[in-house]
Design a protein around this ligand. Structure first.
Ligand code: CU
Length: 498
């Protein structure tokens, strides 16, 4: 079953407004483009530390034939290089802001001190350089970096301020798995975008865009539209990063073949998990290994999230999020005629000690709610009339530290979603383990370390986390929904570790 792009676009056109680029332009633009692979940037060694030089810059990109799209990028016109870091190494980064607006850069998923974490308080003014330095304390995995500017994260990420981070450690370097970047170890930064007739991105237009988050009708992979990848090896490892502002993808291979999930947000799973599809919400990562030995073309697609999925919207949100019910192609894949043989995947990738609920000294509860009757409780009015997205009844306030967590403690955070749509809940400072979702332990695919977790409508998710290192009374870490329009409109809070 090969799903045509035309069908995807037609499905979406019914919901598009008249200011959107007309369908015919897409229909004429059917050529496939070779998948771009972001440059790999391992830094320069200076005085024993790895130095990375990043420039936030304004640029233009060509996504749609001859049309030009104003974009933002890092060391380029859209997105940024893939930063490769090694566990245990000292890293110094200089981030020069050449935009004509403030920004910040957050190292998503990394265990670093709050003052170098790149949250909304760590503003880089235009023309200024921010120079965070830290020691990498992280198991091997796929992470990312992106703008985290207060109320503007969605817009800046949409325009292109994001990139991938790959962390290696001794364990990953000794595993016999596909690991040649750009050959059999392929970053897939997956985003959806929509465009105005002049080729510019069309970001938030109406209130509904804030409610659902901004959905697009074009898929970009590493900034490539209609992307084509040509495997040259039997097995390919895809590092999937959902860098969309709001869209959740249900990844699968178009012919229904199985693949192996080897890593989630915080690194390897203990063993590869065989799957036919995986639901990845904004900010989540998944490393999958796909076998192309049969030589057949097979597209990476996104399947619908049907109504039986615990992450599907409910009530009136089901209609508003109908765009998530379409199937569409993410990446066209056509293997070369001769494929280099890859080794069989190891049975064991790493070992993970599961934390037990009894280790926690405190349970904190967080309730996520949406405004104006969007809560499951209907007219309870907790969201008020302000159009704000709330955690525990409050919108994000820069001058308020919502939680103070004792350093060295282990805590359970219990996240309840009192709304009709899924929210991917993300916490800074480190990685957690999911204990259960409505009392049910997670399946194998969610048994690894995570920094972002899907909390479906009406669900309660409990995770357990150790808050080690980096005491700082003055600089907060964030926790928030990673649908960026929700984050920007209040669904975020701050905590310090003391
Ligand atoms: Cu949300």
């Amino acid at each position: 079953m090969k799903l045509s792009r035309r069908r995807f676009m037609q499905g979406l056109s019914a919901t598009a407004s008249s200011s959107v680029l007309p369908l015919s332009v897409f229909a004429q633009n059917q050529t496939q483009n070779k998948l771009r692979v972001p440059a790999l940037y391992a830094g320069e060694i200076q005085a024993g530390s790895h130095h990375y030089s990043l420039q936030l810059q304004v640029g233009t990109s060509q996504f749609l034939g001859g049309l030009t799209t104003p974009t933002l990028g890092i060391n380029g016109s859209f997105l940024g290089p893939t930063l490769r870091l090694k566990n245990g190494s000292d890293v110094a980064i200089s981030v020069l802001n050449q935009l004509n607006e403030p920004s910040t850069i957050h190292w998503h998923g990394l265990h670093v001190p709050a003052k170098v974490d790149g949250g909304p308080a760590l503003i880089i003014e235009p023309g200024a350089t921010w120079e965070p330095a830290f020691t990498v304390r992280q198991k091997a995995g796929t992470f990312w970096y992106h703008s985290h500017l207060l109320n503007k994260t969605g817009e800046q990420v949409y325009k292109g301020l994001a990139g991938m981070i790959i962390i290696d450690d001794e364990e990953s370097e000794n595993l016999e798995i596909p690991s040649t970047y750009g050959v059999d170890d392929i970053p897939l930064i997956v985003q959806d975008r929509r465009f105005n007739e002049d080729g510019s991105f069309r970001y938030v237009g109406m209130h509904r865009d804030v409610m659902t988050g901004v959905f697009g009708d074009r898929i970009l992979v590493n900034g490539t539209t209609s992307a084509l990848f040509t495997p040259s090896t039997n097995k390919v490892r895809f590092r999937i990063l959902n860098a969309a502002n709001a869209r959740t993808f249900n990844f699968a291979l178009a012919d229904g073949r199985e693949f192996s999930l080897i890593a989630s947000d915080g690194g390897f799973l203990e063993k590869p998990v065989r799957l036919r599809n995986i639901v990845i919400a904004p900010a989540e990562r998944a490393e999958i290994v796909v076998d192309f030995s049969d030589g057949n073309p097979v597209d990476l697609i996104s399947l619908p999230l049907d109504a039986s999925s615990p992450f599907s919207p409910t009530g009136m949100m089901r209609n508003m999020l109908s765009m998530n019910t379409e199937s569409f192609t993410i990446l066209n894949i056509e293997p070369e005629s001769m494929l280099q043989r890859s080794a069989a995947l190891p049975d064991q990738l790493t070992s993970i000690r599961r934390m037990q609920a009894g280790e926690a000294t405190r349970i904190r509860r967080f309730e996520l709610s949406m405004p104006m009757g969007m809560g499951r409780g209907g007219g309870r009015g907790r969201g008020g009339m302000g159009g704000e997205f709330l955690i525990n009844g409050k919108p994000m306030a820069m001058d308020e530290i919502n939680e103070v967590v004792p350093i060295g403690s282990t805590e359970i955070w219990e996240i309840h979603n009192d709304s009709m749509m899924m929210h991917p809940f993300h916490i800074h400072h480190g990685q957690f383990q999911i204990l259960d979702r409505d009392g049910v332990p997670p399946s194998a695919e969610e048994m690894g370390f995570k920094d972002t977790v899907k909390v479906g409508p009406g669900q309660t998710v409990r995770f357990i986390m150790r808050f080690e290192n980096f005491s700082d009374p003055d600089t907060a870490y964030m926790y928030h929904c990673h649908i960026l329009e929700h984050e920007d409109n209040g669904m975020m809070g701050q905590f310090t570790v003391l």
